[in-house]
Design a protein around this ligand. Sequence first.
Ligand SMILES: [Zn+2]
Length: 348
Amino acid sequence: MDANYFIRRICVYCVFFLLSQSAFAANHIIHISVDGLYADALNILSETELPNFSRLKNEGSTTLKARTDPDWTTTLPNQTSQFSGRRVDDNEQEHGWEINFDPGTITLHSNAGRYIAGIFDVVHDAGLSTILFAGKQKFALFERSWNAINGADDHIGIDDGKNKIDKFIFDQSTESLVSKFIDDLENQTRHYAFLHIKDPDTAGHNYGWSILPGSEYLNAIKTTDNYLGQILTFLDTNNEYDATVIILTSDHGGIVGRTKHTANNYQSHTIPFYVWGKNVENADLYALNKCTAIQPSATEIPPYSSTLQPIRNSDAANLAALLLGLPQIPGSHIHTVKQIKSKNLKSC
Ligand SMILES: [Zn+2]
């Protein structure tokens, strides 16, 4: 370990020690995106059937009335929003990634015509460690966009380099992916760890987004609950990750009874947003964020023109930065979820 690295690590942990005294402290973020998770399906299954989703709900701050981007209900556009804290739209404020496949050559930046910073920039530039584990190969778009060639220079403190994602893993077996994810956390200290679980989306496309008892789709959610349980067990038994916050949301839902998700259908837009961890209060996430967010009605697809916005999956990026005590992502503006404790609530 060289001297600079050692000093930086000491400084980082001093800052974390101070932050750990505050209400917003997290030393580690585990950000999970469950592909195709229609939030109302979580109400169909019992707490016995979903012990781990239920634990997030019963111990953390949750809503089952979060939303995707109002115009896009596909994976890569919404995933880019989850990392960058921006809308999908193709204009100079947003990220502009509208296609749902990876062409294999271009990056988020070359597509937009400017650099699209993400949570990986902010965490890595602070000298902290990041990983991205995904169950779909097209997530290579993100690895390529923020790698040692295409990532931005680091002008924050010590130069941590252009490569913003320390490890990228694609594995089409979710069981194997989750196992590798937990092994990685055990063997390395990771501060922002992203995991993509594809199973509900796969079941939805193959068999339909069915909420009938015993459906393949509901079974895929139960399987996802089991993966979540493996991660919670790891956190319960690993002191180093004591101050970890899980942010769990989805890229999109799906049309009940159909095998697709479309932008004109509210079920495709309706997703959960869970925040769980030692410093997170057990509360409705909209109640905690009543000054900055408004809960939509069941079938509403609120546009960006509304003064108060719903909680969106794109809130994950800046919430992760906030909880780690890091600055907002450069160029981002979606930051609706700011509170995880009622004692910080002020009158609006
Ligand atoms: Zn899909």
